[in-house]
Design a protein around this ligand. Sequence first.
Ligand code: GUN
Length: 290
Amino acid sequence: METKILYGKELSEKVVQDIKSRVEKLKASGRRVPGLAVILVGDDTASKIYVSKKHEMCEKIGFRSFSFNLPEESPFEKVKELIQSLNERDEVDGILLQLPLPPHLRERTNELLTLISPEKDVDGFHPYNVGLLTIGDDKGIKPCTPKGVLYLLDSYGIEVEGKDVTMVGASNIVGKPLAIMLINRMATVSVCHIKTRCVPSFTRKADIVISATGVPHLIKREMVKEGAVVIDVGISRLNGKIVGDVDFESLLGHASAVTPVPGGVGPLTVAMLMENTFECYVRREGLYGI
Ligand code: GUN
């Protein structure tokens, strides 16, 4: 079987170019441009790289970006005050609190995310937006990585309706919201997590396997049905190399389609963040249809 490689890079370029040209039109008409504020607490190496990618993309697209790097030991109240001040700032359309937070704040992650105004919640992590997503109401802001995965599947014409999908990983960032979005699209979804007794028994029956665990090369050929589609959302380091959750090489000639890491879902996450920021701007300014 020939395995199709599903690249996110070119798709994300198209999304970015489209937003960029809309921003140019805004500028030409003398309007302010969208603004994204990113809060990073501490100096986790991977988070610093992700955050700098977000700022670079803002620059490329023509958004204003506001960077807040708080020290590792910042107390809860400091982060809270910063979020509240950003909620009040007119030129800030989107607020992103980079996760994971340092250990002393981790237990209060949801409390901090809930302080972000739902209309500026570009990550779609506020309970209001999570609630809208769960009831299948399209008016909310949807999380970037799940949105990117569905964009990739749609762009390659991979139908999800009626399919058996196994989601490996049940985080609030990817696994849970993506499972809900797939149910809303009429897929039959199984969700595996750290306590699942026999993950292969779920992955082997799936038409589409999606993995978001951060465990390098967790998903191997023998865990996947022949002809299935495999989407790799994981990213980790193995022997100094960036790798995904999927043992990519072993799936070639076995799966019908697979995403590479890097160059698969990753670039679409940032593109969807830009889309969400633009969407928050449009709603705040009442500029529908631009
Ligand atoms: N850390 C890893 N992925 C994400 C994401 O999509 N949003 C935020 N805020 N933090 C993350």
